[in-house]
Ligand binder design. Structure first.
Ligand SMILES: *[C@@H]1O[C@H](CO)[C@@H](O)[C@H](O)[C@H]1NC(C)=O
Length: 235
């Protein structure tokens, strides 16, 4: 008998591989990395007069997209390398952050937490009000720049958590499917294991078992009746 276990396991592994794969992107023009997708959109100076225009360009291209935020070193390196290999962008791009004078700190526009920075200049005490940040795409380093001095010819966009949320129902359905398949696999394996275990016990215990069974199956056989009668009379 061919056990169904290996086939089910392969199916499960296939689904898991699909689930842990790259993010689903708005179109093939976007490049997936981790759980987000990225696109560099060219624009004219008229179209991109400010960061707000840059954000709008991103949002208009795909719902849930916003101007770039960078979470960690890996993402920073990915952006730097994709500029070198794929996007024929300018030397400097604007980062999606603003200086929040209330908190005296830079914040990402897409509201993700600023855990990683890659400034290439010394700390300065200059006025940070209306300060923007740009990335030098050749090195991946970040520089502070006056927002008035930003000359945007394009904007780097990223699908943020909002985009993932849109796809959450699909992920929930996939998880449910995986749980159901897992349960079936476990049940079938347990049944199979129990069946093989039982069969093994039967063949190992051999004659003893058969004798026992035949006695049990014929409770009213001559021998049994005889023994019972004997017992009754000796007591
Ligand atoms: C998004 O940008 C890409 C690349 O420029 C373009 O091909 C696509 O049509 C844009 N999509 C929308 C919805 O604007």
């Amino acid at each position: 008998m061919e056990p169904p276990f290996p086939a089910a396991l392969l199916c499960l592994l296939g689904l898991l591989a699909a689930a842990s794969g790259a993010a689903e992107c708005p179109s093939s023009a976007w490049i997936p990395f981790g759980s987000s997708c990225y696109i560099f959109l060219q624009g004219t100076l008229d179209e991109l007069d400010s960061i707000d225009d840059a954000r709008k360009l991103c949002k208009d291209n795909a719902s849930g997209a916003d101007i770039i935020s960078i979470k960690n070193k890996e993402e920073n390196t990915f952006i730097q390398e994709t500029f070198k290999n794929h996007w024929q962008g300018p030397d400097y791009i604007s980062l999606g952050m603003f200086f929040d004078t209330d908190d005296n700190a830079f914040k990402w526009y897409d509201k993700s937490e600023m855990k990683f920075t890659n400034w290439i200049e010394e700390e300065s005490n200059e006025e940070l009000l209306n300060t923007c940040a740009s990335m030098y795409t050749k090195s991946g380093g970040w520089k502070k720049i006056s927002c008035e001095e930003l000359h945007l010819t394009g904007t780097l966009c990223k699908t943020a958590f909002a985009y993932e949320k849109k796809y959450l129902p699909d992920k929930t359905a996939l998880t449910t499917t995986l749980v159901i398949i897992f349960t079936i696999v476990v049940t079938v394996s347990a049944a199979l294991f129990w069946f093989l275990y039982k069969r093994n016990i039967s063949s190992v215990s051999g004659a003893l078992c058969i004798t026992h069974h035949s006695t049990a199956e014929m409770p009213y056989g001559d021998e049994t009746v005889l023994i019972d009668e004997e017992n009754e009379y000796t007591v």
